[in-house]
Design a binder for this molecule. Sequence first.
Ligand code: GDP
Length: 359
Amino acid sequence: MSDTDTRDPTSLRTPIVAVLGHVDHGKTSLLDKIRGSAVIEGEAGAITQHIGATAVPLDIISTIAGDLVDPDDFDLPGLLFIDTPGHHSFTTLRSRGGALADIAILVVDVNDGFQPQTLEALDILRRSETPFIVAANKIDTVPGWNPNEDAPINDTYESQSDRVRERLDESLYEIIGNLSDEGFSADLYWRVQNFQRNVGVVPVSAMTGEGVPDLLTVMMGLSQRYMKEEMEIDVAGPGVGTVLEVKEEKGFGTTIDTVLYDGTIRSDDRIVVGGQNEPIVTDVRALLQPRPLAEIRTESRFEKVDEVSAATGIKVAAPELADAMAGAPVRVVRDRDVDEVIEEVRAELASIAVDTAEE
Ligand code: GDP
């Protein structure tokens, strides 16, 4: 920690959330809906778009969730959603041998039910021991549904006819039954007492936003209750992250879109990045964040920042990144011994290779 740094050395970071599920069940739509709600509720200037991820701060969650959330009950700063849904990104994105995502949303279409990729996703979640909740999506497609934009599930449920409620209940119980067949004891989320033992099912519509307040509340509650200790980080310490994507960027050369899950990265840091052959040792040339939409027309899509802290998505421009790999570790050297950091990166790469071979 530098002399001028007055921050509390340990602080709680944002849990990292991944969205999984069968194709067309609504993963992208759900992320878009959450992003959209966050942008609408956010004050002007509250930028929530990161590189490769969307941060939804606690105050915005509490505005979206209304009565469901009392911000005083939480000290985690919000949720960070990885923008690329699907289990390919989930399995390639690791942190210290585990999953990069701390928590997941499994999206299941209420009409289509369990499908091959739903089962694959469950298998991955089971093996990586990632806590998750099920978003039973597209409730607005239940025949006769009376939509209530962005309403909590209880409110919209009350306004449906008996017939519609019965139809929805049938679909939800089928999903709960399927989860149980797969060895997960599950129930509607408001009946779940212990989310470590039982999977909560949250009825939602990515189209109308119904149930989205509940979804955010449950994710926040689950993180706060069961993951708080894991979220304690040395926020000013040397940054640690995972490469999401390696990209050519006009004016910057090869860059790595990175999710930082520990510590801080600064624009004058030396970093070690996992490469195709050997770990790459290089110096950061620029840290880049997306520029707010309104300013994009005149200048570059990115703005430079001096430093960022976990959990966050950031684009890192540096020389020698051509061999960097998606899924590889990134570590800041700062005042550590560079050889030690290289060894850590090498060991992490080896553990990823073993896991991939096993799949
Ligand atoms: P993904 O493949 O899981 O990312 O699924 P998409 O988000 O691309 O959604 C697939 C299709 O389902 C698109 O046509 C969406 O508009 C539609 N869709 C997604 N969520 C909902 C929903 O809650 N209600 C309705 N009616 N359609 C939805």
